[in-house]
Design a protein around this ligand. Structure first.
Ligand code: NAD
Length: 325
């Protein structure tokens, strides 16, 4: 179904980098549903198991309008994958804060070198729109203001993602590459990465295993349900003229603390979580509350999934995966 406020409904050929990942795979499915041709690209970086990513990609792989390139953005010739694509969605990255302290080579190469090589390929191919995916981590410990707030990332991950944003702006300024930047805020839902808090929390509840809580649990998040995040991304594509040159926060409407999420999941599962407490980790964000004023007014984005409903959907997916293994 076309998003509301859609001004350009023509079908496109789209490249999705990170197509086998959590969000990239949902985006591929949604683009195929809308009737677009989709070219997926992923290197299956073994940050989490390939089998999990293959499962994410399974539906798209069966679709006649989907083609896939197993390529590494850091080293591969990207011309063939980019060729003929009007829109490039750059979802691929090394995500996650903690590992970035100990594996900066991997983060810097995937998030900076990979982004620069993709922008260069998009420039050569005269792609009409590059939608670059960034993160609330570029703001730092607190991410509560509008897009022109101070950018003070407090983890190597956030620093590399901010560097990637600067590369996009530089390619736009010097070479006229048409770019939109979307800063996602904590995305959750089915297929959530295995290193992410809600995924771990739900697994601990379902398996009766202890959960390590870093900090007091009063840290808040502007969680974005995966389908809402995809909807915002599709709006940027559909309203290219309005989105071009812009940077937009993408968040869910509801801000909740980790303690509130734990209570909700205990209620939904009817189980009590065995919590082991540890101090907050370096680089952990304290409060995120996405200010979505700009994307709401420019692209008519409105998140529609309440946290309770989103967590129920993730819980159902986790149950299904666990029962199949
Ligand atoms: N999940 C969130 O809550 C969240 C929040 C803010 C921003 N983001 C951003 O959203 C995007 C997607 O995140 P995700 O959670 O789906 O992560 P993910 O790890 O599930 O997906 C990323 C995919 O990119 C691929 N990739 C990484 N480096 C690559 C390279 N050099 N060449 C080719 N493929 C490569 C990986 O193999 C992976 O499948 C990332 O850019 C991330 O920074 C995510």
């Amino acid at each position: 179904m076309a998003p509301e406020g859609n001004t350009e409904l023509a079908m496109s050929r789209c490249l999705v980098t990170g197509a086998a990942g959590f969000i990239g795979s949902h985006l591929c499915d949604a683009l195929l549903d809308q009737g677009h041709d989709v070219v997926g690209l992923d290197a299956f970086i073994p940050y989490y198991p390939r089998a999990v990513k293959e499962a994410n990609l399974a539906g798209a792989r069966r679709h006649p309008r989907f083609t896939f390139h197993e390529l590494d953005l850091r080293t591969a010739d990207l011309a063939g994958a980019v060729s003929g694509c009007e829109v490039v969605f750059h979802e691929a990255a090394m995500p996650g804060l903690m590992r970035s302290w100990s594996d900066l080579d991997l983060y810097a190469s995937c998030n900076l070198v990979g982004t620069q090589r993709l922008l260069e390929a998009a420039r050569q191919a005269r792609v009409a729109h590059v939608i670059h995916v960034s993160t609330s981590s570029v703001y730092g410990r607190e991410a509560t203001g509008p897009e022109d707030s101070a950018l003070q990332p407090c983890s190597p991950y956030g620093i590399t993602k901010l560097g990637a944003e600067h590369l996009c702006r530089t390619y736009a300024g010097h070479f006229g590459v048409p770019v939109t930047i979307l800063r996602y805020f904590s995305v959750y839902g089915p297929r959530q990465r295995p290193d992410m808090a809600y995924h771990i929390l739900i697994r601990c509840l379902l398996r009766n295993e202890p959960f390590t809580l870093y900090g007091a649990g009063d840290q808040t998040r502007s969680n974005t349900y995966a389908a809402d995040c995809v909807q915002a991304t599709l709006l940027a594509m559909a309203q290219r003229e309005r989105a071009l040159g812009g940077t937009f926060n993408v968040g869910g409407g509801q801000v909740v603390s980790l303690n509130e999420v734990i209570a909700l999941l205990e209620e939904l599962t009817g189980r009590r979580l065995d919590i082991r407490r540890k101090p907050a980790r370096p680089g952990d964000q304290k409060h995120t509350a996405a200010d979505i004023t700009r994307i709401a007014s420019v692209l008519s984005y409105q998140p529609s999934t309440p946290v309770r409903e989103g967590l129920q959907a993730q819980l159902a997916w986790e149950r299904q995966i666990l029962s199949a293994t």
